[in-house]
Design a binder for this molecule. Structure first.
Ligand code: AMP
Length: 421
């Protein structure tokens, strides 16, 4: 037997139904918020991610699936959504559209060579949004509120928004310097990854799981103390907007986010539930002014977030939220002989095209077995075809709850069901 690759999973059964339901909720919400669906390639030229996500990030240093294709091109499987969307934004000159900002959402599989564990896969599913062409914290508040309201709409209760600001370039540079000074002395006692991070991206040291309990981590400088006036003002404005929207949040100076491209607003949404364990961050994002230029586009501000769908499924389980996915069947059509089978084929199609959820028999089993299937599918009605009735253009319709039976003319069936379902 051939097994699936390590770190992947088959989406089947109840989980598949749940994801389908969640996808519909996400699409409907994005429609209301006026975000436009975008799909970019699963693979891109490696430099899209190496430049876009940043050589200093863990993703690019250790986790990307990089390979040469048969034409010897350097290719990388998409490890996150933003860089590819930004590449597409530039290539398709979306900055020239007459309606600005450009508001996009994606819903795709991502690929990272990570150590698999509960809630962490090598192929995983992210939903995310990007807003390009607006630098006002007004839009930061919208993006955070969309993320928050998605969780609310799905029925998750114990969620918390953590926000922080990394500030503009000047603030970030000052903070970087402060971190470098802080860790310089003791870096030899820290893990090899942190030693590397100190050179490439000291902010990443704060995400380290190996060294997180060390004293030097606990008293590390905090971004907020290094924000210049302009960055502080902007962060205060964002909080005012979030208050106005009634979004519960905490300012958490520890949030710096793993990717190199963030500045100003960064945020994470976590689920507060002890059963959840280490992977309790459901989603996160931030502002990435400068990324469009880094990928050879015109100067354009941007902000976005991504959320992990597998973690959302876990969260729904832990919080015992039951999505309405077990929709009963409207009609089951049962038959025995060939003449009835012809009518079944026709009737099933007719009712389905009229908007009813209909099932029938495929394996020529007995009526008794068919009725059992109808019960298992929780069918509201059962039609029992019979050659003599068909000659009179009638069918026997059983209400599967009351077990009452009625003869209905075939031509009246749609109207009858419309009235009763
Ligand atoms: P990131 O792009 O790393 O900020 O991740 C955003 C969200 O995607 C996280 O909060 C998780 O919910 C989810 N996520 C990231 N990596 C994985 C993974 N390897 N497996 C499953 N979900 C993931």
């Amino acid at each position: 037997m051939i097994s699936k690759p390590k770190g992947t999973y088959d989406l089947i059964g109840q989980d598949a139904k749940k994801i389908n339901y969640i996808n519909n909720v996400l699409a409907a919400m994005c429609q209301n918020y006026n975000y436009e669906f975008i799909r970019t390639p699963v693979f891109e030229a490696s430099e899209v991610f190496h430049r876009g996500v940043g050589e200093g990030s863990d993703i690019v240093r250790k986790e990307t699936y990089d390979f040469k294709d048969r034409g010897k091109r350097d290719i990388t499987l998409r490890p996150e959504g933003t860089a590819g969307v930004v590449r597409s934004y530039i290539e398709n000159k979306m900055y020239g559209r007459d309606i600005q900002p450009v508001k996009l959402y994606y819903n795709e599989m991502m690929y990272r060579y990570e150590r698999p564990q509960a809630g962490r896969y090598r192929e995983f599913h992210q939903f995310g949004v990007e807003v390009l062409g607006c630098d006002d914290p007004f839009v930061d508040a919208e993006v955070i509120s969309l993320a928050y309201n998605i969780f609310q709409t799905l029925g998750l209760k114990n969620i918390r928004v953590n926000i922080n600001s990394l500030g503009d370039q000047e603030s970030r540079d000052n903070y970087r310097q402060a971190l470098t000074n802080h860790f310089a002395q003791d870096i030899k006692n820290m893990c090899p990854d942190c030693q590397e991070r100190l050179k490439k991206n000291p902010l990443r040291i704060l995400d380290c799981k190996v060294d997180q309990d060390k004293e030097i981590m606990k008293n590390a400088p905090q971004t907020i103390d290094y924000l210049n006036e302009e960055s502080k003002k902007r962060f205060t404005k964002l909080q005012e907007y979030l208050d106005l929207l009634d979004i519960e949040y905490v300012v958490n100076p520890k949030i710096v986010r793993g990717l190199d491209y963030y500045n100003h607003t960064v945020f994470e949404i976590e689920i507060l539930n002890e059963e959840f364990g280490a992977q309790n961050v459901l989603g996160g994002g931030g502002r990435y002014n400068g990324l469009v230029e880094m990928l050879d586009g015109p100067q354009t501000p941007g902000i976005g977030f991504a959320m992990g769908m597998e973690r959302i499924l876990l969260a729904l389980d832990v919080e015992e939220v039951h999505l309405p996915i077990d929709n009963p069947l409207d009609v089951y059509i049962g038959y025995v002989n060939d003449e009835e089978k012809d009518t079944a084929l026709y009737l099933v199609q007719d009712l389905r095209l009229n908007g009813f959820r209909v099932e029938t028999e495929y394996l020529n089993r007995s009526l008794k077995s068919q009725f059992k299937t109808a019960d298992k599918l929780k069918s509201r009605y059962v039609i029992i075809l019979n050659s003599n009735d068909i000659k009179e253009f009638k069918v026997k319709l059983r209400d599967n709850q009351t077990k009452e039976e009625e003869m209905v003319k075939i031509n009246d069936l749609v109207d009858y069901l419309d009235m009763h379902i």
